[in-house]
Design a protein around this ligand. Structure first.
Ligand code: NAP
Ligand code: ZN
Length: 349
């Protein structure tokens, strides 16, 4: 018998999120049932709830930064036991057979991975619903172990903001002494600063909010640049090895590419709905790379969690009851969050 589960859902691109219920399946032999304790609020939740990416399906229950307590495990489950703290990120399934899945990059599954919400299970029929709910049932292979010693609420944003910034830092070889630029100090941006600093990089934070300078330095940035004045960027031409761009709204990528050294790399993780023109000369002059990156695979997500466990890294959060979710969305759009809202699902029980 499926379980009727309290959730917060939206029914259209313009409707606020409101109390609702969804059905969760009984855990099968390979499944883990989890009581959701905390769920982070990602800007992707806003893009999707409001259909800004044009792929929304309703009703939608957002939330893909889930930390909870395991309540039941199927007969074949080995990774987790009842009572463990478990995490679920942006994916709940993939084909398991394509080269991407076989190499641990399930996010790039050739068939399209099953996303945690606004998607379907791999049967392509059963809708998926996210972590703004009290209970989830997920295949063991898409669950993560939360390291002991990390605050569970602060660890929730690691499941998306953490892995989305950790993966490109690793992929493009962030190491001690590298000069890494991070654009935007929101949920992803503040994790990028903490993680790059933990790898020994010298971090320069680019922000449209002058008031965030003290926080940027406290989080681990050595330099802080206000982006509203183009002269501030021009001064840094050719000075950075790697840039992680986390900005959620359209902006000029050319201005940032100019700050890379020859053969440097700029990684887009921020996903503004509108396109932005890139001049070929921004790349040709200096042989630069402009790449995108989507979250991270399951093995790398566990590696990131273990790195955070070792370095005692969690997100700086503002804990809210689910009833404040619509207000939180409005504040995020104004870049007014320090630095991740996390929903306490105790408020829905
Ligand atoms: P967030 O917490 O809202 O942070 C975004 C930051 O971007 C803001 O705090 C602000 O920083 C800056 N910003 C916002 N509007 C701006 C504007 N008009 N001009 C200049 N800067 C602006 O969002 P988030 O949760 O970190 O997500 C950031 C983006 O990454 C979203 O588009 C999200 O969908 C995307 N995302 C992608 C992936 C992936 O796998 N690639 C995963 C998760 C999220 P300052 O105040 O410092 O300027
Ligand atoms: Zn996210």
């Amino acid at each position: 018998m499926p379980t009727t589960t309290p959730a917060f859902a939206t029914s259209s691109a313009t409707a606020p999120l409101a109390a609702s219920t969804i059905e969760r399946r009984d855990p099968g032999p390979n499944d883990v049932a989890i009581d959701v304790l905390f769920c982070g609020v990602c800007h992707s939740d806003i893009h999707q709830a409001r259909n800004e990416w044009g792929n929304a399906t309703y009703p939608m229950v957002p939330g893909h930064e889930i930390v909870g307590r395991v309540t039941k495990v199927g007969a074949n489950v080995k990774k987790l036991a009842v009572g463990d703290l478990a995490g679920v990120g942006c994916m709940v399934g993939s084909c398991g057979e394509c080269p991407a899945c076989k190499s641990g990059s399930e996010q790039y599954c050739i068939k399209g991975c099953a996303q945690t919400y606004n998607s379907t299970e791999m049967d392509r029929k059963t809708p998926t619903y996210g972590g703004y709910s009290t209970h989830v049932v997920v295949a063991e292979s898409f669950t993560l172990k939360i390291p002991a010693g990390l605050d569970p609420a602060g660890a929730a944003p690691l499941l998306c903001a953490g892995i989305t910034t950790y993966a490109p830092l690793r992929e493009y070889g962030c190491k001690k002494g590298d000069r890494v630029g991070v654009v935007g100090l929101g949920g992803l941006g503040h994790m990028a600063v903490k993680l790059a600093a933990s790898m020994g990089a010298e971090v320069t934070l680019f922000s449209s909010s002058p008031s965030k300078e003290a926080d940027a330095r406290r989080l681990g940035a050595s330099n802080f640049v206000v982006t509203k004045d183009p002269a501030n960027l021009a001064k840094l031409a050719g000075s950075l090895d790697l840039i992680i761009d986390t900005v959620s709204a359209a902006h000029d990528y050319n201005a940032y590419l100019a700050m890379l050294r020859a053969k440097g790399t700029m990684v887009l993780v921020g996903a503004p709905p509108e396109p932005s023109a890139v001049s070929c000369f921004s790349l040709i002059m200096g042989g630069k790379r402009l790449v995108g990156s989507m979250i991270g695979g399951v093995p790398e997500t566990q590696e990131m969690l273990d790195h955070c466990g070792k370095h005692k890294i969690v997100s700086d959060i503002e804990l809210i009851p689910i009833q404040k979710i619509n207000e939180a969305y409005e504040r995020m759009i104004k870049a007014d969050v320090k630095y991740r809202f996390v929903v306490d699902l105790g408020s829905l029980r």
